[in-house]
Design a protein around this ligand. Structure first.
Ligand code: AHG
Ligand code: MN
Ligand code: MN
Length: 410
């Protein structure tokens, strides 16, 4: 009975609601980026009319059916094999980090290019993810929070540059290997964020070029990482919490998988994640309140007192790891944000590997993501580690913030 109910539910949702879209982009002729052109084409969607009671729909099956129906996504399915493996390996490392024998807690002793102290697990997670994606043979270039910046935008004092290049490259991956790593020593939730763009196959890069040694063409190729969120072909996050989750979007809807430790597979647990349109939960580091912009202060004050647009008194929830906070926001509804403030006008979160992929997922779940004045997905990054003010979540509540900014007379 359970099998057929699940099968019908999944089959109905898939045939009715899903039509993956693929997007292509035009790479700029030089390293300066011009507007992108999106080509949207509908593709066939899988219908799971037979589901094994023991395994459910695994991520592997999901991606292979997507690839069978949409041959142009075959390479993406292979890349997701790497994501699958990396997330399982990272979940295991995070879980085992609490054991006295693991010796993976605490600081590495290095400072990353953004001036942040790296935790041991930041470095390990970066390495695991990099290798898992690289050895799929489908990756052209990657940019990571824990890697130095590519090409000419690299600061003078940074000598080392790691760029992963493979002969059959097709994709560019951007990632935050371990998000919320300040939570790690306490065993609280952390995550991984991944964004995938198409890579220009005509790029010819000397993988040994560093900074100004790179030619203009090589610089332009490396600038493949500097694409706006609207060019993303896929985004995913893994959450390491009471369960391990992997949520992904391929451009039409959000699919959530839960790791079944017994069989070692991610199993489809929510085939159509939709965020509630209104909420009563806000998720900010409210210690920064005094430094926020006035419209945000006004809206949040209204939510605290129940005098806002919805006349609802909000509660506050804040994990301090974006993946955890956004995951809860997707499921319960709410507004998560790390806005700009007087001290840090661009906030704290990074556009490329936190802002854009999580905005893609949020929008695909029916929510919104804004800086207050601009859709995060449309921002063209100028540098790899660029920060972005962000407020995302339930449509009606984020719209209340956007309206407040619209009416703001500075
Ligand atoms: P990371 O660990 O990858 O540097 O990201 C931490 C980010 C994000 O996950 C979280 O929302 C935010 O930092 C928390 O910052 P505060 O401690 O300033 O609230
Ligand atoms: Mn992060
Ligand atoms: Mn991180």
């Amino acid at each position: 009975m359970r099998i057929s109910l699940f099968a019908v539910t999944v089959a109905t949702l898939y045939s009715d609601a899903l039509a993956f879209t693929t997007k292509a982009f035009h790479r700029p002729a030089s390293s300066s980026l011009s507007a992108t052109v999106e080509k949207v084409s509908k593709t066939k969607v899988p219908v799971f009319d037979e589901v094994c009671d023991t395994t459910g729909v695994t991520l592997k099956r999901f991606m292979s059916e997507v690839a069978m129906l949409n041959p142009e996504l075959t390479e993406l399915a292979v890349l997701f094999g790497g994501v699958d493996t990396a997330c399982k390996a990272l979940a295991n490392l995070v879980k085992r980090s609490q054991l006295p024998s693991s010796e993976t807690l605490g600081y590495e002793g290095n400072v990353n290019v953004q001036g942040e102290d790296q935790k041991k697990l930041d470095v390990i997670a970066n390495d695991v993810l990099k290798r898992a994606l690289r050895f799929t043979g489908r990756l052209g270039v990657l940019a990571s929070e824990e890697e130095d910046t590519p090409v000419d935008i690299m600061p003078e004092n940074v000598k080392k540059q790691e760029i992963v290049i493979d002969e059959s490259e097709k994709y560019v991956a951007v990632f935050d290997p371990l998000d919320g790593s300040s939570n790690i020593d306490a065993g609280c939730p952390t995550g991984t964020i991944i964004g995938i763009y198409e890579h220009d196959e005509n790029c010819d890069i000397d993988e040994n070029c560093v900074g100004e040694e790179c030619t203009e063409l090589e610089a332009a190729c490396l600038a493949n990482t500097l694409q706006p969120g609207t060019n993303l072909v896929a985004a995913a996050y893994c959450l390491y919490s009471s369960s391990t989750f992997l949520a992904l979007t391929l451009g039409n809807g959000v699919y959530m998988f839960t790791l079944d430790d017994q069989i070692g597979e991610f199993v489809l647990s929510n085939p159509d994640v939709k965020i509630p349109e209104s909420s009563n939960i806000m998720s900010f580091n409210s210690a920064n309140y005094d430094n926020w912009d006035q419209p945000l202060k006004d809206v949040v004050k209204g939510w605290e007192t129940g005098t806002g647009k919805s006349q609802t008194a909000f509660s506050s929830r804040y994990i301090g790891a974006m993946v955890g906070d956004v995951h809860r926001t997707l499921l319960y509804g709410g507004v998560f944000g790390y806005p700009g403030d007087k001290k840090n006008p661009n906030g704290k979160l990074r556009l490329l590997y936190e802002g854009a992929p999580m905005s893609f997922i949020m929008e695909q779940a029916g929510g919104l993501s804004t800086t207050g004045t601009q859709r995060v997905m449309e921002i063209i990054p100028e540098i790899v580690h660029q920060r972005v003010p962000m407020i995302m979540g339930s449509k009606n509540d984020v719209e209340e913030i956007i309206e407040a900014y619209d009416n703001w007379k500075q």
